[in-house]
Design a protein around this ligand. Structure first.
Ligand code: ADP
Ligand code: 5GP
Length: 197
C-alpha cells in the first residue's frame, strides 16, 4: 500500500522515553525526517550543536521569535525550545514524513496550525518508573527532576486528546508499536492494519 507523508508529533512527559524510542524507529526508517529544535538550554555532555539541538543564546532565540522563524515555541522546564518552520517545511516539500519530538504544549500548538498532524503520546508504565528512569538518566538535578515529575502529572491527564498512545514498557516492543503506529497513519490514516506492504 502506498504511503502518504504525514507530520508526526511525538510527545509526552520528560523521561517517558521519546528520544530512546525514536532512535530505535529511525534505525528502521531512516527516511523519516526528525527535525532539530532550537533551545536556550546548555548542551549536555555528548550533545552536538546542530545535531541534538541548535543551541542558542537568549538574544538569538528572541530574534528568531520576532522574525516569526518558529512554527511553535514554548517554555519547557525553565528553558525555551522551538521548532523552526524551515526544518518542517523543507522536509514536507520534499514529500517525506516529518517527525517532531516536542513537549505537550508544543504538540497542541502544532495541531492548531496543522490540523492533520498526528499526535502520538509516549507514556511511562507508571509514575514510579518514570521517576526511576529520570533519575537513572542522570542528566537533571533534584529540582529539575521535581519540576519534570509535576509537569508529567498534568501532561498525563491530557493523554486521551492524542491520536495514538504508546506505553513505553519493554523497549523493543514499544519501539515496534511506535513504528507500527507511524506506518498505519501513513498507509491508512491510522485505521487498523491490513498487513500488506
Ligand atoms: P525522553 O526523551 O522522553 O525525555 P529518554 O529517551 O531520555 O526520555 O529516556 C529516559 C531514560 O529512560 C533514559 O535513561 C533511557 O535510557 C531510559 N529508557 C527509555 N526507555 C526505556 C525502557 N523501555 N526501559 C527502560 N529504560 C528506558
Ligand atoms: P530536554 O531538555 O530533555 O532535551 O527536553 C525537554 C523537553 O523539551 C522535552 O519534553 C522535549 O520534547 C521538549 N522539546 C524539545 N524540542 C522542543 C521544541 O522544539 N518545542 C517544544 N515545544 N518542546 C520541545
Amino acid at each position: 500500500m502506498p504511503r502518504t507523508p504525514r507530520l508526526f508529533v511525538i510527545s509526552g512527559p520528560s523521561g517517558a522515553g521519546k528520544g530512546t524510542l525514536l532512535s530505535q524507529v529511525l534505525r528502521q526508517r531512516p527516511d523519516l525526517g526528525l527535525t532539530v529544535s532550537a533551545t536556550t538550554r546548555n548542551p549536555r555532555p555528548g550533545e552536538v550543536d546542530g545535531v541534538s539541538y541548535h543551541f542558542l543564546g537568549e538574544d538569538e532565540f528572541s530574534r528568531l521569535v520576532a522574525e516569526g522563524a518558529f512554527l511553535e515555541w514554548a517554555n519547557v522546564h525553565g528553558h525555551r525550545y522551538g521548532t523552526l518552520r524551515s526544518e518542517v517545511d523543507d522536509r514536507l516539500a520534499r514529500g517525506s514524513s516529518v517527525v517532531l519530538e516536542i513537549d505537550p504544549q508544543g504538540a497542541f500548538n502544532v495541531r492548531r496550525i496543522y490540523p492533520d498532524a498526528v499526535l502520538v503520546f509516549i507514556e511511562p508504565p507508571s509514575m514510579e518508573l518514570l521517576e526511576q528512569r529520570l533519575r537513572a538518566r542522570g542528566t537533571e538535578d533534584e529540582a529539575s527532576i521535581g519540576l519534570r515529575l509535576s509537569n508529567a502529572r498534568l501532561e498525563m491527564a491530557r493523554a486521551h486528546e492524542y491520536d495514538a498512545r504508546v506505553v513505553n514498557d519493554e523497549l523493543e516492543a514499544a519501539a515496534a508499536r511506535l513504528a507500527d503506529t507511524i506506518d498505519s497513519f501513513e498507509k491508512n490514516g491510522g485505521n487498523s492494519q491490513d498487513g500488506s506492504d
